[in-house]
Design a protein around this ligand. Structure first.
Ligand SMILES: Nc1ncnc2c1ncn2[C@@H]1O[C@H](COP(=O)(O)OP(=O)(O)OP(=O)(O)O)[C@@H](O)[C@H]1O
Ligand SMILES: [Mg+2]
Length: 269
């Protein structure tokens, strides 16, 4: 027992552990007799990896992300973060929503939205301002700093949401179709900016998308969820070279092979 405790306390061992563990998780909404939305799902999110999750509408992707964030509890099974059960939301796990219009406060400026999570946790105003300024620069929002979210394009609003997430200095970013509503060019720019950002910060990321190509382009691994009930039907190790490139990565025979495989799976073949 003493030995076990000593091992768990060793920070090097803690880093080697998976960031998130999903252990036999099932979710049923309403009466226990209802069909489960997620059924007996188990997998790990590795420390520092970019995991993408793709699956048909209604298969439980958002539900899974809400479990990771601690916004809800599984009906059975367990979610582990750093080896400990997730009991509720934490600043260590930041979430980026698809619906940016409702995720930001329309009456606060861009800088004010980014400062939000710092206000309770960083008492010194000068430090708060310095951190906000650095995030504004990092996300390319300099010209928007004093504007309000409804004055910005969708792409810029998503940059603000990502900056606000980073302000809380999370260990893991949970992203629910964050680029789903953006046009193709804006989306590709944000994909590349996000990849650069997470590589810089070595941030563990779980990214949900409907888009097969986005899943392959961004991911170190792709989990494919099936529906009724939601479960992992396949995991693909992407194995494409980094940094990714919008032209050459998407033309790589490996990318195309993954695309064929995923397309077939999601068509139910
Ligand atoms: N709070 C809730 N109460 C009852 N049913 C719910 C609740 N939340 C989700 N569901 C149901 O669970 C299933 C999975 O929902 P979820 O939002 O996780 O799917 P999704 O994979 O994110 O879909 P989409 O791709 O359309 O966003 C759906 O059938 C949905 O209607
Ligand atoms: Mg969803």
């Amino acid at each position: 027992m003493g030995v076990m405790e000593a091992r768990a306390a060793n920070p090097r061992e803690a880093r080697a552990a998976p960031a998130l563990g999903v252990r036999n998780v099932s979710v049923t909404f309403g009466a226990a007799t209802n069909r489960p939305v997620l059924k007996d799902i188990s997998f790990d999110v590795r420390e520092g990896e970019f995991l993408t999750i793709v699956g048909p509408s209604g298969c439980g992707k958002t539900t899974l992300l809400r479990l990771f964030a601690g916004l809800m509890k599984p009906t059975s099974g367990e979610i582990l973060f750093d080896g400990k059960p997730v009991a509720g939301p934490s600043r260590e796990r930041a979430i980026v929503f698809q619906d940016y219009a409702n995720a930001l406060l329309p009456w606060r400026t861009v800088a004010g939205n980014i400062a939000l999570s710092l206000e309770r946790h960083v008492p010194a105003r000068a430090e708060r301002e310095a951190r906000v300024e650095a995030l504004i620069a990092r996300m390319g929002l300099q010209r928007a700093a004093t504007q309000f979210p409804p004055q910005l394009s969708g792409g810029m609003q998503q940059r603000v949401q990502i900056a606000r997430c980073l302000a809380q200095q999370p260990r893991i970013m949970l992203m629910d179709e964050p680029f789903g509503a953006l046009d193709a060019i804006t989306r590709q720019t944000l994909q590349d900016d996000l990849l650069k950002l997470v590589a810089e910060k070595r941030m563990t990321t779980v990214f949900i998308t409907h888009d097969l190509e986005e899943a392959i382009y961004l991911g170190d691994r792709v989990h494919v969820l099936g529906a009724h009930p939601g479960r992992v039907v396949e995991t693909i190790e992407v194995g494409l070279p980094a940094p990714r490139n919008q032209l050459t990565t998407r033309e790589d025979p490996k990318f195309l092979a993954h695309r064929h495989r995923l397309f077939g799976l999601l068509q139910g073949h």
